[in-house]
Design a protein around this ligand. Sequence first.
Ligand SMILES: Cc1cc2nc3c(=O)[nH]c(=O)nc-3n(C[C@H](O)[C@H](O)[C@H](O)COP(=O)(O)O)c2cc1C
Length: 175
Amino acid sequence: MKKIILAFLFGGLMLSGIFAKTAVVYFSATGTTEKMAKALAAEINADVIEIQPEHKYTKADLNWRDKKSLSSIECNDANSRPAIANKIDISSYDTIILCYPIWWAYAPKIVYTFVESQKWEGKKLVTLCTSGGSGLGRSGTDLAKFAKGVDFKGGKDCTRGKAAEHKNYVEGLLK
Ligand SMILES: Cc1cc2nc3c(=O)[nH]c(=O)nc-3n(C[C@H](O)[C@H](O)[C@H](O)COP(=O)(O)O)c2cc1C
């Protein structure tokens, strides 16, 4: 009996931790963000949700030197909201750690599709990116504008560094 009570108490403590109801949601076109997001999720024991594009981006789509490539067209269109293939529901989470690559200094438009499709009141949001070097910039604050009622905590570029360091950083934001 004592063991059962202790197990319940310990379980309760684990669940009430800072990452208790946290999901790591990510979009990744070429795998860099996916690797970072999954490593962080494993470190903090959080669920992982992928934003899967209905149209999978090809190499040609991702050519930023081509003004007519799909990524260029989307980035230059404020109203672009590419379709998501999978159903995502964040209603059971308190905190969302949103991970994405930087495209032309901001998040890819499909990340806006995700943000606009969810209810954010009472939820905390952290934004983490990977980039070729330009960093998070205003991408997080811009996304937060579309998440009505969200408590935006900030974020950073996590291209470099270990998952344990990213965990410490996010922990600091959520305290
Ligand atoms: C269309 C496009 C635009 C990009 N724009 C930027 C940029 O403005 N600044 C930057 O540092 N990196 C930029 N990058 C590089 C990506 O942010 C970087 O390679 C990222 O880690 C890719 O993540 P992924 O593998 O998860 O898709 C761009 C990449 C693409 C495909």
